[in-house]
Design a protein around this ligand. Structure first.
Ligand code: C5P
Length: 401
């Protein structure tokens, strides 16, 4: 599937914890599964296992200090760029806390901050440190930013206590790393258009018809697709979000502008993911200046906007088309209708009447509706939703050319 010829690169961060010796086995297991492993150790980790051990196991240089004479001058950036996955195993409470607040005071945390690769964390620590609210809050913050956590197991701990905190099984950590390595490239060779945000339809020079879409979902999808190797064009209405990294972002205001930009960008793509909340209507005769309050009409004549996604569905070809359906009742039934009417492959249906979810929020609860059935997903962050959605779309995209 993937055109990339080289083995995926796993940067393995090892921190100072008694379980550091298990990272040797993890390095070997990742290599056995066809991955290239480069180890970064914290100074504390070298008190438990020597760099020479990892050097011998991986046959790659092992990085420890920011200022090692032999190291590349900006090693944190080169490692960050090389990484398809950054796994930290074992991850101490300290490194988790540093990552959660974005500190970068050694090579490992600097690499973590600089990389676009997915972070996989396998915590290991004393049971009380694990259960501490600070640790749990830090992990939650990292999860919300896209980190994958392979939770520790219960059992006898090095300190003699019994409880949660023992590093997960090496095989389980390797499974998570392998899955992320695969994800990091599964969209290579594909071209994807994503639409996002609202469209604003001018009434006059200062007023418009619009809606409450923040654009977050579409931006997350575009960013995640690019991270996984797709060439992505994001066509977005007005939002406060910065351009996602590695994505060609086209900013428009009205539905007509979005229509023109999407039709052009979607001509030769493998998929279109339409998250935009396109305004269905526009004022028929927008005024160029500001209409004074007293002269404002009591009714504004409206015209239908083109349905961009439906138009793409009319000439679908082999493109995978994904629509979103924000409804307040009978969500799945409406999604099914939309699937058929617009010739879509998948509809992401969500109930926008649920408080705290959907429009503008960071989380969503959606159902993925296809011709084969409906998959109800739990409440999840929009980044996690982007990941799951692309997992479902990726197999539909083959073969690519
Ligand atoms: O029919 P409805 O507007 O509910 O369909 C929503 C889906 O269609 C979304 O994916 C939205 O981005 C897309 N759409 C579009 N152009 C429109 C209206 C909706 O692409 N004018």
């Amino acid at each position: 599937m993937s055109e990339k010829r080289t083995a995926p690169t796993v940067v393995l961060g090892v921190t100072g914890c008694i379980a550091a010796y298990k990272a040797c086995e993890l390095a070997r297991e990742c290599m056995r599964r066809g991955m290239r492993v480069k180890v970064v150790m914290t100074e504390n980790a070298t008190r438990f296992v020597g760099a020479t051990t990892f050097r011998a196991l991986t046959r790659e240089p092992v990085a420890v200090g920011m200022w090692d004479e032999a190291a590349a001058p900006v090693q944190h950036v080169s490692l960050a760029e090389e990484a398809d996955v950054l796994v930290i195993a074992p991850a101490t409470a300290n490194v988790i806390a540093k990552l959660a607040c974005g500190r970068a005071d050694d090579l490992l945390t600097t690499t973590a901050l600089a990389t676009e690769a997915t972070l996989v964390l396998a915590p290991a620590m004393n049971v009380h440190m694990w259960r501490d609210e600070a640790t749990q809050a830090n992990l939650e913050a990292l999860r919300a930013r896209g980190a994958i956590v392979v939770p520790p197991e219960s059992g006898e701990l090095a300190c003699g206590e019994v409880g949660e905190g023992r590093l997960a099984e090496v095989g389980d950590i390797a499974d998570a790393v392998e899955a992320e390595a695969r994800r990091s490239r599964d969209l290579e060779g594909s071209r994807i258009v994503v639409t996002a945000g609202p469209t604003l339809e001018p009434i006059d020079a200062v007023r418009h018809i619009g809606n409450r879409s923040s654009g977050k979902t579409g931006f997350r999808i575009a960013e995640e697709a690019a991270r996984r190797g797709a060439a992505v064009t994001l066509v977005t209405g007005p939002t406060h979000l910065p351009d996602p990294f590695g994505v060609v972002t086209v900013r428009v205001t009205t539905a007509l502008e979005m229509h023109a930009a999407v039709i052009e960008a979607a001509e030769d793509v493998h998929a279109v993911i339409a998250t935009a909340a396109v305004s269905d209507f526009r004022p028929a005769a927008p005024q160029t200046g500001k209409v004074k309050k007293d002269a404002f009409p009591s009714a504004i004549a409206l015209e239908r906007n083109p349905d961009i996604l439906a138009e793409l569905g009319e000439a679908k070809g082999r493109r995978v088309l994904v629509g979103f359906a924000a409804e307040t009742a009978d969500v799945v039934a409406h999604a099914r209708e939309k699937l058929a009417a617009k010739h879509l492959d998948l509809v992401v249906a969500n109930d926008v009447s649920e408080p705290g979810l959907g429009f503008g929020a960071d989380s969503n609860r959606v159902t993925l509706v296809t011709a084969d059935g409906a998959e109800e997903l739990p409440v999840m962050g929009k980044r996690a939703l982007a990941r799951v959605l692309l997992d479902r779309i990726s197999p539909l995209l083959l073969p690519r050319g």
